[in-house]
Design a protein around this ligand. Structure first.
Ligand SMILES: Nc1ncnc2c1ncn2[C@@H]1O[C@H](COP(=O)(O)OP(=O)(O)OP(=O)(O)O)[C@@H](O)[C@H]1O
Ligand SMILES: [Mg+2]
Length: 366
């Protein structure tokens, strides 16, 4: 168990004119026993950040501290950290038991202690019947469990996971996600977990770091990130389908117009006191609904182009007017009452509207 701290952590690859800065100063304190997920699109620097914590990548500047001790100069083996990778990295010629025991043997641990630890881990991960098999005789999910077993037997201060589930099919991924969550509930080891999958991040994280091009765009609980995204980037990365972001302008009297001036969205009640300026308005697909009779038919003019059925609910795709082209909108609903070509007025409850600055995309506090 340990506290993990990242202090103004930066990474630049290469030297001089060829150098590329990929991590621009990340600060984070991960509490003892906390499960933190780093999430972001491909190439945003998730693995680089994790590998700096693991000691597999040199730190350009800033510090990594474990329980208050700076570990920048420590070898990976001295950091008391165990890492689980996407590609399992099991030894193909060794049985499951030996794959889990190997790291302990090279540390000179006694045979009895090794047997005890491997058996406990095999119990937790339900690997007992598979201990005599070789990796090629296992399914993908079982191999992933062995890779986790190898990390568990080390009894490290910190677990690091780099996309451990991305080689598995969708169903197995959900199952393994639950297993990782249960494992953490049981062991309560401080964990840093990397994924590009926002559903995995939302379900596993106690807190998450949303990364965008080497910057921690937002750090918070899944609920905070979903309910108050710090920027349009976070708003459109977290949530499926992503939040609708409409460009427009607020009039001084508090109505919302598309930049074409074609549509008055009449969301006056909900607007912040910033009238007369361009803004981006965010509304999640699940919060949009057709206006009701009391709202006098006044809302965002919406034309349906396509309806997708997900079984339990529907995604209604379409558009509203915009400056140079129509702006796309998705509505998520349980009602089977929409059809292509239909014209409607949409609205959302005031507390479910999100306002972002026009240029920076940063959240405007209301
Ligand atoms: N050795 C290297 N030299 C130069 N640039 C590198 C090196 N390794 C990684 N990068 C760059 O650093 C950036 C971050 O890479 P990183 O592997 O951390 O991304 P990631 O968020 O893990 O992406 P993915 O989801 O695809 O795994 C990328 O733009 C990548 O091209
Ligand atoms: Mg990566």
């Amino acid at each position: 168990m340990a506290i993990l701290e990242l202090k103004n952590l930066k990474k630049t690859y290469g030297k001089g004119a060829q150098s590329v800065a990929v991590i621009h100063g990340v600060d984070m304190r991960i509490a003892d026993g906390e499960f933190v997920v780093i999430v972001g699109p491909s190439g945003c620097g998730k693995s680089t950040l994790l590998r700096m914590v693991a000691g597999l990548e040199e730190i350009s500047s800033g510090q990594v501290l474990i329980d208050g001790t700076v570990v920048n100069e420590k070898e990976p083996a001295e950091r008391d950290i165990a890492m689980v990778f996407q590609n399992y990295a099991l030894y193909p010629h060794m049985k499951v038991y030996d794959n889990m025991a190997y790291g302990l043997r090279i540390r000179g641990m006694s045979t009895e202690e090794i047997a005890k630890r491997v058996n406990i881990a095999a119990d937790i991960l339900e690997l007992k019947p598979l201990l005599e098999r070789k990796p090629k005789q296992l399914s993908g999910g079982q191999r992933q469990r062995v890779a986790m077993g190898r990390a568990i037997v080390r009894e490290p201060k910190v677990f690091l996971f780099d996309e451990p589930l991305s080689n598995l099919d969708a169903k197995l991924r959900v199952q393994m996600r639950l297993e990782i969550k249960q494992l953490h509930n049981r062991l309560k080891t401080t964990s840093l977990y990397v994924t590009h999958d926002q559903v995995e991040a939302m379900t596993l994280a106690q807190r998450m770091i949303v990364m965008n091009s080497g910057v921690a765009e937002q750090i918070g609980t899944p609920k905070e990130v979903y309910e108050t995204p710090a920027s349009t980037f976070v708003a459109s990365f977290i949530g499926s389908p992503p939040m609708n972001i409409l460009k427009g302008s607020l009039s001084a009297n508090g109505a919302f117009y598309t930049l074409s001036g074609a549509a008055d969205y009449a969301l006056a009640k909900a607007l912040p006191a910033h009238g007369g300026k361009p803004y981006q308005l965010g509304i999640r697909p699940e919060h949009l609904r057709p206006v009701n009779d009391q709202e006098n038919g006044s809302g965002i003019p919406f034309t349906v182009s396509l309806v997708e059925s997900l079984g339990s609910d529907y995604l209604v795709h379409g558009s509203c007017p915009g400056l140079d082209k129509p702006q796309e909108i998705v509505l998520r609903t349980t009602k089977d009452s929409f059809a292509a070509g239909q014209h409607l007025q949409l609205t959302a409850d005031p507390e479910q509207l999100h306002w972002f600055e026009e240029k920076s995309g940063k959240r405007v506090k209301c």
